[in-house]
Design a protein around this ligand. Structure first.
Ligand code: MRU
Length: 393
């Protein structure tokens, strides 16, 4: 089975494109795909985190609008002029961008797709259909490009770890030496169009027979680590161990010689390298520095936001208190018997009335980050500072 969170079929004959997303709220217990026909449905799926992960959010939003526009083409309901199509696309993209605020990939995709529509509409031979078609082609391209970008990130990250970490160098001279990597949240096939960013690095290390074990954190409160990353690691048969977030410090103390690096993804990397990622990332970076373990961020260039100067300017999404005060558990009958096959329900784990702080992300300061792994190479600090300009030229 190929692990994928996004299933997309381009238009054929008189059928419009179609989009399905894996409902990640049901994982690891159920693999259920949900059809997305409108931008409202995509907005809802992103907000409720049925689909999540910075690249996946952007791609689903872009493709949902491709489905909407493709359906209008098939039903002959496109606005009449190229300019009207461009304006409609722009409005729909603006709406999609309001679904979740922290990951920059969505804003980046919105900006690029608006330029595509603008360029198509300003051609001398533009028609409503040609603007729609240009948009659809560009949105579909994002799905394809993300997989190849992730594979490149995986390769660059794996080679960097092999060459630049103590455990990596040791393994080069001794094939029995351990090389372990810890990751946080979910950055794999479920968070992207496929393969993954930080999890792509783990996959590439495994492919070159240079990973002896991956550790994944549970990632409270949404449990992307235990539900999703653990699911991917088991799926790929990668030797892996799950730890709760609070075990990370003890794990680093015990494994610091064999733990080559902590590799995480990102939702937004500011121009100075400060990185917003899943809550708990910052603590791991502090632990890594304390134990002399390398700390790496793996992200496509679309996650690097050169317009945001530092982490202080990144908007951090606050989520509902219920994500902290309740967990999903199996249904039980009146006699307390667990009903395994009847889905799950929310169970309260906190004293009723307690106030909750639930930021979805935190910001890791650049000085704690050893490198940012992108699809064009690993950016390291020079004179203590990140400079991303060279990877955009
Ligand atoms: O709230 P989520 O699950 O969307 O958060 C996901 C993360 O923080 C990931 O690390 C990040 O988006 C990178 S995914 C390749």
């Amino acid at each position: 089975m190929v692990l994928e969170a996004i299933q997309y079929d381009p238009a054929s004959e008189n059928a419009p494109p179609s989009l399905r997303v894996l409902d990640q709220l049901q994982l690891p217990h159920r693999t259920t795909f949900e059809q997305i026909k409108t931008c409202e449905e995509a907005h809802d799926a992103i907000k409720k985190m049925k689909v999540r992960g910075a690249p996946a959010i952007a791609i689903v939003a872009a493709l949902a609008l491709a489905v909407e526009v493709g359906s209008s083409v098939v039903q002959h309901q496109l606005p009449h002029s190229p300019e009207e199509v461009r304006t409609t696309l722009g409005g729909r993209l603006d709406y999609l961008q309001t679904s979740r605020p922290t990951a920059v990939n969505l804003g980046d995709a919105v900006g690029k797709l608006k330029v595509v529509a603008q360029n198509a509409a300003s051609k001398s031979d533009a028609s409503a259909a040609s603007v729609a078609q240009a948009y659809i082609v560009a949105a579909e391209r994002m799905l394809v490009d993300d997989v190849s970008d992730n594979r490149a990130i995986g390769e660059y990250g794996a080679r960097w770890i092999e060459a630049n970490t103590a455990a990596g160098r040791k393994r080069r001279s001794d094939r029995h030496a351990e090389l372990k990597v810890l990751t946080h949240c979910n950055t794999g096939s479920l968070a992207t169009a496929g393969y993954g960013t930080a999890l792509g690095v783990i996959r590439s290390l495994r492919a070159s027979d240079n990973l002896t074990r991956a550790y994944c954190t549970e990632t409270r409160p949404y449990n992307q680590g235990s539900r999703l990353t653990a699911f991917e690691l088991v799926h790929d048969d990668i030797p892996a161990t799950l730890v709760t977030d609070s075990m990370a410090c003890a794990l680093l103390a015990k494994e610091k010689d064999s733990l080559a690096a902590i590799v995480v993804g990102a939702d937004r990397v500011a121009a100075n390298g400060d990185t917003a990622n899943k809550i708990g990332t910052y603590s791991l970076a502090v632990l890594a520095r304390h134990h002399g373990v390398k700390f790496l961020v793996a992200a496509p260039r679309t996650t690097i936001d050169r317009h945001t100067l530092s982490g202080a300017d990144i908007v951090i999404e606050q989520r509902a208190p219920e994500e902290v005060t309740r967990i999903k558990g199996p249904k039980v009958d009146d006699n307390g018997k667990i009903l395994i096959d009847e889905g799950s329900e929310l169970i309260s784990t906190a004293a009723s009335g307690i106030e909750v702080w639930n930021p979805a992300f935190d910001v890791t300061p650049a000085h704690l980050i050893d490198g940012v792994i992108t699809e064009v190479g690993v950016v390291e600090k020079k004179d203590g500072k990140f400079d991303f300009e060279a990877i955009f030229t």
